[in-house]
Design a binder for this molecule. Structure first.
Ligand SMILES: Nc1ncnc2c1ncn2[C@@H]1O[C@H](COP(=O)(O)OP(=O)(O)O)[C@@H](O)[C@H]1O
Ligand SMILES: [Mg+2]
Length: 257
């Protein structure tokens, strides 16, 4: 199958299951948001997909290949984390071309790829700028470009926008979504912000206590939350039909809609 298949993955720390028998199929090109409260296992699941954490049991299959035994650098993925570390002493261009450089790409190849990626993130002409001179949003875009330099099969982001202020975060949500659609790359973003998940994702995966509670498109999560935890977490309140008479008295007419 093309895409990512997470097959009965469990991660135990001692007796505690941080990720508990998670099963998920992500078709190629899907934008997934892993959504849930702090401590529910989102980062642990993402780290297992990335090969930074070894599962206690289960398998991760990418485009039909079992990648569970592979080290991170052989998994063909790009990663962006909340506390991203751009190399502060390098220029924007040198940050982006870093992975190409250590793989021995020629100067022309590096420059071509850097220019392509800078155009993609709306920072054309910024190659020689020191990263220290960038704004927070610009730095995050450079981190995204750097992660995409080797055209990975899978793009993994852990709370990538949470350090940005609200207005910039909303703009970046739209940008990230557009970028993902242009590239058609299978993308998994961890977030604890339900609005962010609903804005960006094709598939919202709501987690609680190490388990997947619901995996569905945003509209379906809204219309048919799987249980009270999901409904509560995404902020759905019950709506009841009612009638107000001329004296201002309210009568509830029926069951929840
Ligand atoms: N290396 C570790 N050792 C022990 N417990 C851990 C470790 N990493 C994470 N945990 C625990 O696993 C649970 C899930 O953590 P995490 O995946 O970071 O959650 P989230 O990203 O959803 O906030 C938490 O209870 C956390 O304390
Ligand atoms: Mg986390």
């Amino acid at each position: 199958m093309s895409g990512l298949n997470i097959n009965a993955i469990t991660k135990k720390f001692g007796n505690f299951a941080a990720v508990d028998n998670v099963q998920l199929n992500v078709p190629h090109g899907t934008f997934v948001c892993l959504l849930g409260p702090s401590g529910c296992g989102k980062t642990t699941l993402l780290r297992m997909i990335a090969g930074l954490e070894e599962p206690s049991s289960g398998a991760i299959v990418l485009d039909g290949e079992d990648i569970t035994p592979l080290p991170t650098h052989k998994r063909n993925l790009g990663m962006v984390f909340q506390s991203l570390a751009l190399f502060p002493h390098l220029s924007v261009g040198d940050n982006i071309s870093y992975a190409l450089r250590i793989r021995g790409a020629s100067r022309e190849e590096q420059k071509k790829r850097v220019d392509e990626l800078l155009t993609l993130i709306h920072l054309a002409g910024f190659a020689d700028r020191p990263v220290a001179k960038l704004s927070g949003g610009q730095r995050q875009r450079v981190a995204i470009a750097r992660a995409l330099a080797l055209s990975p099969k899978l793009f993994l982001l852990d709370e990538p926008l949470s350090a940005l202020d609200a207005k910039l975060r909303e703009a970046m949500q739209v940008e990230l979504r557009q970028l993902q659609q242009r590239l058609g790359i299978t993308t998994i973003v961890v977030t604890h912000d339900q609005r962010e998940a609903m804005t960006m994702a094709d598939l919202v995966v709501v987690m609680g206590h190490g388990k997947i509670l619901q995996a569905a498109p945003p509209i379906e999560i809204y219309r048919k939350p799987a249980d009270a935890f999901v409904a509560d977490f995404i902020g759905i309140t019950n709506l009841l039909p009612a009638e107000v008479d001329s004296a201002g008295r309210t009568t509830i007419l029926g069951t929840a809609i």
